[in-house]
Design a protein around this ligand. Structure first.
Ligand SMILES: [Zn+2]
Length: 289
């Protein structure tokens, strides 16, 4: 009896061991990708605010880190297990690493290749969050509207005119990841929702005669924290934004750049380029923008 009881105990312990071993792969893993630009941050209204030689740049880079941290906190409150923040403005060296919530990883600096503001995204992520975003070139009633550079008049792919948040949504969609949240001025929130659907959004400011009428940074951060938390919790509601290939882009610029191999100049300041690969489209865009 004794030995049988011992065997039973061994069996129970063994079974529990199997349970533990099986539970590990089932542990929830929830990765959130945050791309943060500067023009759409609370209070930003001029290029000097987001340029390293601007007199208030230090103030706005602190606001950038605070909006990133609000989004990071919202993601963790919603159950995120990993968060990556991609500094997406200019040289990508705006957020000081020590200012970023230590629970997150920071992707900092220029990267080679077409992903750019989406560098680091892959199919292991469950949700994409845009913070500090701005509307595309030519958008009325928008603050600091532009598409990638001041030289771009319009960037369209398969007949759809794309803001930065548009082509970045397509990149996320290539990996099956939905964009669930956008913060920036009223114009970009409306523009991104118009493309990807009714995602969570926070308009931290509105344009009024080229000026900015906006929330205090603290209020904006609280709204971003709540919005990102709700968006990540409800991520199943949102679909990845997909654009079927093959792709033809039309790029209109103020000053023409040298033609990218395979690109065709169709008019003054207007080029086209086609490829079945969306990353090839982005490479051509980046070379000629
Ligand atoms: Zn920017």
């Amino acid at each position: 009896m004794k030995s049988r009881f011992g065997l039973m105990l061994l069996g129970v312990v063994g079974y529990a061991g199997v349970l533990t071993a099986q539970a590990k792969p089932l542990a929830p893993r929830l990765k959130v990708f945050i791309s943060i630009d500067m023009e759409g941050l609370a209070g930003v209204v001029t290029n000097a605010d987001v340029s390293s030689n601007g007199q208030d740049y230090g103030h706005f880079r602190a606001i950038m880190a605070a909006e990133a941290n609000a989004a990071i906190d919202g993601a963790f409150r919603a159950g995120a297990t990993e968060v990556l923040v991609r500094d997406s403005h200019g040289s990508k060296e705006n957020m000081l690493p020590n200012d970023v919530d230590p629970r997150a990883r920071l992707l900092r600096g220029l990267s080679i290749g077409p992903k750019n503001m989406m560098e680091g995204i892959d199919s292991t992520y469950s949700a994409v969050v845009f913070v500090g975003y701005h509307a595309k070139a030519g958008t009325p009633d928008a603050i600091l509207e532009h598409t990638s550079t001041g030289n771009v008049v319009d960037f369209s792919v398969n007949g759809i005119s794309l803001p930065e948040g548009g082509y970045n949504s397509i990149v996320a969609g290539m990996y099956g990841v939905p964009v669930v949240f956008v913060a920036g001025d009223r114009a970009v929130v409306d523009q991104i929702r118009g493309m990807v659907g009714p995602i969570e959004g926070v308009a931290v400011k509105e344009e009024i005669g080229d000026a900015s009428n906006g929330l205090s940074p603290k209020s904006a951060q609280e709204a971003i924290r709540k919005g990102v938390e709700a968006a990540v919790r409800n991520r199943a509601k949102y679909k990845p934004y997909k654009m079927a290939g093959p792709y033809t882009m039309v790029l209109k610029v103020k000053t023409e750049r040298p033609l990218y191999p395979g690109a065709v100049r169709v008019a003054a300041g207007e080029v086209t380029f086609s490829s079945p690969d969306f990353f090839a489209i982005l490479s051509a865009f980046n070379a000629m923008k």
